[in-house]
Design a protein around this ligand. Structure first.
Ligand code: DER
Length: 213
């Protein structure tokens, strides 16, 4: 489909930003999926940190060197997808439940490059905002948040409960502050502008690269 071709185009462009010898953070999801074989095919001397088991397995299968995050606590570049990209740029991530680890890898990287197909840029962010909640005190946390629902199924790889903030919000900074302040919230999918250095969006055959930092 167009979206898949666009994801491949954005991923291929981002792979071109990676230089020999770099320490690379690999995100999670369907836009990072085509990045992995393209990056591996470049035959560069890279060391990678993965944000999920799925990404780690795909990277190893493609021949990339994957090391623990603790072995590579500082990264030269991290590349990841997004659910929504709004002016700022503000992101919503976490559709794939990986946002807590992804944000930690993003902040550890000198450059955080977001790759996306044409449907990801939006004029303003809209709910849901993925959350990771501590299992201890879950019911109390949900009562305190009021507008959060637990997403059925699996735990996060770190044992957190995946949920979503479903309430309307005007200012993502205000919602991010409220979520960051809640002791039951381990992580959330709002990524503030300061985190993002580059956005690469493919629309049809065109790839637009915007540098913010
Ligand atoms: O879950 C995540 O954080 C993913 O990276 C998500 O934000 C983007 O997934 P996609 O590339 O499959 O749309």
């Amino acid at each position: 489909t167009t979206s898949e071709a666009e994801k491949h185009a954005a991923a291929t462009y981002a792979a071109g930003l990676v230089e020999d010898g770099m320490r690379v953070g690999l995100g999670t999801g369907s836009t990072v999926a085509p990045l992995i074989p393209v990056l591996a095919a470049r035959g560069l001397n890279l060391r990678c940190v993965a944000t999920s088991v799925a990404t780690a397995e795909a990277a190893v299968a493609a021949g990339l060197v994957v090391e623990s995050f603790d072995a590579l606590p500082e990264l030269d570049i991290a590349i990841d997808g997004a659910d929504q990209i709004a002016p700022g740029p503000w992101l919503i991530k976490g559709g794939g439940r990986a946002h807590t680890r992804e944000k930690l890898v993003a902040v550890a990287a000198a450059r955080f490059v977001v790759i996306a197909s044409h449907e990801k840029p939006v004029p303003r962010l809209t709910p849901p905002v993925p959350l990771e909640l501590l299992a201890f005190g879950l019911e109390s946390t949900l009562m305190r948040l009021g507008q959060a629902t637990v997403r059925g199924g699996v735990l996060s790889p770190d044992g957190g409960i995946i949920a979503d903030w479903t309430g309307a919000f005007d200012d993502p900074a205000e919602l991010a502050r409220r979520l960051d302040a809640d002791p039951g919230v381990v992580g959330h999918g709002l990524f503030e502008p300061g985190l993002v250095s580059d956005v690469v969006v493919a629309t049809g055959a065109d790839v637009e690269h915007t540098r913010f930092a």
